[in-house]
Design a protein. Structure first.
Length: 61
């Protein structure tokens, strides 16, 4: 079975780098409290690592 990541936005990207704002949008996060579930792939892991200070991540099945 494929592993999945539950990504929750915890902080606002306002005042941050434009790349971080774009990365959050690419993950499908628009506002604080938004939650998305993504497949655990290297591309997603890279995006999560780039904005790790703005989000929280859990592994789900």
């Amino acid at each position: 079975m494929s592993q999945r990541l539950k990504v929750t936005q915890k902080k606002s990207p306002v005042g941050g780098l434009p790349q971080h704002r774009e990365t959050l949008r690419s993950l499908g996060l628009k506002r604080i409290g938004d939650v998305v579930v993504k497949e655990d792939r290297p591309e997603i892991r890279g995006m999560v690592r780039a904005v790790s200070h703005l989000i929280s991540v859990e592994e789900v099945d």
